[in-house]
Design a protein around this ligand. Structure first.
Ligand SMILES: [Zn+2]
Length: 326
């Protein structure tokens, strides 16, 4: 083959490969339902995320405590990047999660955010019918697969620790978020990066909370691989409205040469739970049941009292506990 022809073929092949990569990576949150599943068949699977969590419909599973190691270690020169869909933080320390229902140790790999352009949307998961204005995801991979790419194709190869973020009613900033929030203005456009001098995972992870939900799911963005063990904390962290607005007003989805589309509402619609069970680590329903049973006893005594023409029965019940209908 002539040298010139060979060179031409080589250039065409390189161009096609680049075009393919561009097309494959060209997804956004504006066309989720229409295009994701066509280009990424796994997005139509039966174990997709996010899902709606209804506390009363979850199953209690007694588990060991989750163990967080290295979350308190300070990371230096942390890279903050606008990746077009979100803000991503590359994790450089050895942040490791184990315990609970996890089979082995999971190494922290990346942190990113999903948020709404107003306070009534933003989180990917929904809890008891409510969406929070933000949800933070800390991606981990199973230590035994050695790297994120390899682990992401294996069952339970990935772990995402998620938590909700609410906006506070006060003007007080959450200092744990400050290093990240104050620097999003440095990464306005897709592809921009900024180095944060020091930061640690613990600063904004709810590692001291004990109540969380866990279930088998997927990545919430293409290619939607169904290899994720999800841990979603019940109680939200809070940041100020000003801090939330830094995310809403500083970031664009595209690079500096393109039309400016502000980044936000970057959450995937809810997916069907199908026959999956969502488990919970804590059991507040037990105390709910106790008060429920107590109310049932009171009501029964009340009705017996009424039936017996208000005779002594419900006088057995201390006054402050008597139902109003007695
Ligand atoms: Zn995410």
């Amino acid at each position: 083959m002539e040298k010139k022809t060979f060179r031409m073929l080589y250039l065409m092949a390189t161009f096609s490969a680049k075009l393919f990569v561009h097309l494959v990576s060209a997804w956004d949150y504006h066309n989720e339902s229409k295009y994701w599943v066509k280009q990424y068949p796994d997005c139509g699977g039966k174990l997709q995320s996010p899902v709606a969590i209804e506390h009363k419909l979850t199953s209690y599973k007694e588990s060991k405590d989750l163990l967080f190691e290295g979350y308190v270690d300070i990371m230096h020169n942390v890279t903050l990047k606008n990746i077009g869909h979100t803000v991503a933080i590359e994790v450089k320390s050895e942040g490791i999660v184990s315990g609970g229902e996890l089979d082995g140790r999971y190494i922290a790999h990346q942190v990113h955010f999903h948020w709404g352009m107003n306070d009534i949307v933003g989180s990917e998961h929904m809890l008891n019918g409510k969406r929070y204005p933000m949800e933070v995801h800390i991606l981990h991979y199973a230590e035994n697969y050695h790297n994120f790419q390899k682990a992401s194709r294996q069952k339970h190869g990935l772990l995402i620790v998620a938590y909700f973020v609410a906006t506070s009613n006060t003007y007080e900033d959450n200092e744990g978020f400050a290093d990240i929030v104050e620097n999003v203005k440095m990464i306005n456009f897709k592809g921009n990066t900024h180095t944060v001098s020091s930061w640690k995972l613990e600063e904004f992870a709810p590692i001291n909370q004990t109540c969380y939900y866990f279930y088998d799911g997927s990545l919430t963005y293409p290619p939607c691989w169904e290899t994720v063990m999800w841990i979603v904390y019940k109680d939200p962290l809070e940041i100020s409205k000003r801090q939330m607005n830094e995310f809403r007003t500083n970031l664009a989805e595209r690079d500096v040469t393109s039309v400016r589309i502000m980044m936000g509402n970057n959450f995937r619609p809810l997916q069907h739970l199908n026959d999956r069970i969502i488990y919970r680590s804590c059991d507040p329903l037990k105390s709910d049941m106790t008060s429920l049973s107590w109310s049932a006893v009171l009501l029964m005594l009340c009705q017996v009292g009424i039936f017996m023409n208000n005779s002594c029965f419900w006088y057995l019940v201390p006054h402050k506990y008597r139902p109003t209908e007695c």
